[in-house]
Write a protein that binds this ligand. Structure first.
Ligand code: DSN
Length: 414
């Protein structure tokens, strides 16, 4: 992408953008929720579609001049439906949290009971955390992972659902490395008379590739962000059965949002087109292979992983035996140019800001072209950094190794 106008018009901002481009180029990105968009998606984001107000939906807008915008939005909807086999798709949610706010508003009244995975067991803020709108507005009961296997035990969920009798069961996570039995969760919800809502933000790209099971055939409603494994622009979509289409659309607009960002909707359409191509499966398979390789390599170096491994694109290291907190580990890796996010582990003895775990994911490095050989080098860099005791000279040398490895793998859009 050429930015010569920005560089000329706003040198102060351009200098910051250049620094961020450099940081991305020379660093290694292991944050499980991040990825690199293609040049085509980046160009779609920079189109003049951003200039248009289009409150409403195709054919029913509250502003004139939307005849082309309607076609853009219909294109995004059609591609998303095809990609996920969904009956109805709303492509307007600005991001994951607004999407989830709309889902709750569509199906629940304030105070209604909801079951969702606890945050420190891998859940998400919008799945009922006390400080989030979800936890303030609705009456969430958290379910936990099994204390021995550290996996979600659906028998326990079933008993809890019978006891609580929620109006909704939420399935989905932001820090859980195992797959979910969607069909069984939907059956539990049906039996207790609850709506079932899947938030597949983390795994949507792998589901679209057909490599992980999809909740779409079984669940009432499914939300996903578009910028993680799906490798699209920052945003979200909601999928639901046709019978809930009106509920969902009204909850997005006018329920929780005003004007949609049509340039982002255009970029979503382009990302969906990319995910519909046969190459998408190869990419997604490599994301999974790289995650398994990273897990094995870290275990071989003595690290304990929550639940013993991974079935998806992410893994959580339990750092307690390393006598270092998640926050300290994140800082050390930052010093050598590797970005990760600290994570809680189930029943974490540390508060979330400090935490006892690290969450690592492989979508971004895989987009860059890393395969198992590079993943082994990454595991080695992480291990040497975490065992360096913070020695600045060692960390300086490791940073050089990070930079020279990453510079061999250009980022598509930079
Ligand atoms: N912040 C995202 C993540 O890192 O998983 C979830 O919203």
């Amino acid at each position: 992408m050429v930015y010569q106008n920005l560089a000329k018009a706003d040198p102060e901002l351009w200098s910051l953008v250049k620094q961020e481009i450099k940081r991305q180029k020379i660093g290694i990105e292991l944050i499980a929720s991040e990825n690199y968009i293609s040049e085509a998606v980046l160009e779609a984001l920079a189109t003049p579609l951003i200039n248009k107000y289009s409150e409403g939906y195709p054919g029913k807008r509250y502003y004139g001049g939307n005849e082309i915008i309607d076609q853009v939005e219909r294109l995004a909807i059609a591609r998303a439906k095809k990609l996920f086999g969904a009956e109805h798709v709303n492509v307007q949610p600005l991001s994951g949290s607004p999407a989830n706010a709309a889902v709750y508003q569509a199906f629940l009244e304030p105070g209604d009971k909801v079951l969702a995975l606890k945050l420190d067991h891998g859940g998400h803020l919008t799945h009922g955390h006390a400080l989030n709108f979800s936890g303030k507005l609705y009456n969430f009961t958290p379910y936990e992972v099994d204390s021995k296997t550290e996996e979600i035990n659906l028998d326990i969920l079933y008993e809890l659902a019978k006891e609580v009798k929620p109006k909704m069961i939420v399935a989905g996570f932001s820090a859980y490395s195992r797959s979910l039995d969607w069909k069984k969760i939907a059956a539990i919800a049906k039996e207790v008379g609850a709506y079932c809502f899947a938030d597949i933000s983390h795994t949507a790209g792998l589901i679209a590739a057909g490599l992980l099971a999809s909740p779409v055939p079984y669940f009432d409603v499914v939300s996903t962000t578009t910028h993680k494994t799906l490798r699209g622009p920052r945003g979200a979509i909601i999928m639901c059965r046709e019978k809930y289409a009106e509920k969902i659309d009204r909850a997005v607009f006018p329920g929780t949002q005003g004007g949609p960002h049509e340039n982002v909707i255009a970029a979503k359409a382009t990302a969906f087109l990319e995910a519909l191509k046969p190459e998408w499966q190869n990419y997604s398979q490599q994301v999974l292979d790289n995650a398994r390789c990273l897990a094995t390599e870290l275990q071989a170096r003595g690290y304990r992983l929550v639940s013993g491994g991974t079935d998806n694109h992410l893994l959580i290291i339990d750092l307690r035996s390393q006598e270092i907190s998640g926050r300290e580990a994140e800082k050390i890796l930052e010093k050598i140019g590797i970005s990760v996010s600290r994570s809680t582990i189930p029943n974490d003895p540390n508060p979330p800001f400090k935490s006892s775990g690290l969450r690592l994911g492989t979508p971004a490095i895989t987009t860059r072209g890393f395969k198992e050989n590079e993943v082994r080098l990454v595991a080695d860099l992480i291990d040497r950094a975490l065992k360096s005791g913070g020695d600045e000279k060692t960390l300086g040398l490791l940073k050089k190794e990070t930079n020279s490895l990453s510079e061999k793998f250009p980022i598509p859009s930079l």
